[in-house]
Design a protein around this ligand. Structure first.
Ligand code: VGL
Ligand code: ZN
Length: 211
């Protein structure tokens, strides 16, 4: 994507830049803190910014600790499909669930919390992992006349990718800003996510292209 100037009908979606995903956190994404200055600079260029917060109940079923005999990064079969089991992270109201104190986006309009249903994960900012339960974000964007979503945050291969893919399913254009994201990369998940996003028509750019 060549130089692009954000329009009034674009939104910057800042995904899960929370303490648990940053260095020292319980599910730290390698180099995760590198996204913060990129996102702060980018956010100044967008009139519309929406932030997401992974927001799990204690003993959430996506936690390995909720499945005796399982350890983090094992998988289990849930009614909605295969689920990776994670270390406990982003528990509602805890310091780990707070947004990074280094984020500077005072003009963000909306914080979408997700993953609060105790038995259903939600990587996507739009639809929970059951594929049907909606967060309301698509309706909000539609009511506000927004038709293109620029996605940044953590992690590229989970919440960023699922959000970008669901943006496409909701009929929105989607662009992932590569240097504003970092991935977890479990068994090739990062390359797979980029492949799936390309196949779904998600564009890929870097922050230097956004003016
Ligand atoms: C995420 C794993 C579990 C993410 C959230 O933000 O990408 N990954 N919960
Ligand atoms: Zn989570």
């Amino acid at each position: 994507m060549a130089h692009v100037k954000p329009r009034a009908t674009d939104v910057l979606l800042v995904v899960d830049v929370q303490n648990c995903f940053l260095p020292g956190g319980s599910l730290a994404v390698k180099d995760g803190d590198a996204v913060v200055p990129v996102i702060n600079a980018l956010a100044d260029k967008f009139a519309n910014v929406v932030v997401t917060q992974d927001w799990h109940t204690p003993n959430h079923l996506s936690f390995a600790s909720a499945h005796p005999g399982k350890k983090p990064f094992d998988t289990v079969r849930m009614p909605y499909g295969e689920q990776v089991l994670w270390p406990d992270h982003c528990v509602q109201g805890t310091p780990g669930a707070e947004l990074s104190a280094a984020l500077r986006i005072p003009h963000a309009h909306l914080v979408i919390r997700k993953g609060y249903n105790p038995a259903i994960d939600s990587y996507s900012a739009f639809v929970e992992a059951d594929g049907v339960t909606k967060t309301g974000l698509a309706g909000y964007l539609k009511e506000r006349g927004i038709d293109r979503v620029f996605v940044v945050g953590l992690a590229t291969d989970f919440c960023v990718a699922w959000s970008a893919l669901d943006a496409r399913k909701a009929g929105l254009d989607a662009v992932v800003v590569e240097d504003g994201c970092r991935g977890i990369d479990l068994n090739g998940s990062l390359a797979a996510a980029w492949r799936e996003m390309a196949a779904a028509g998600v564009e890929r750019t870097v922050s230097a292209e956004i003016v």
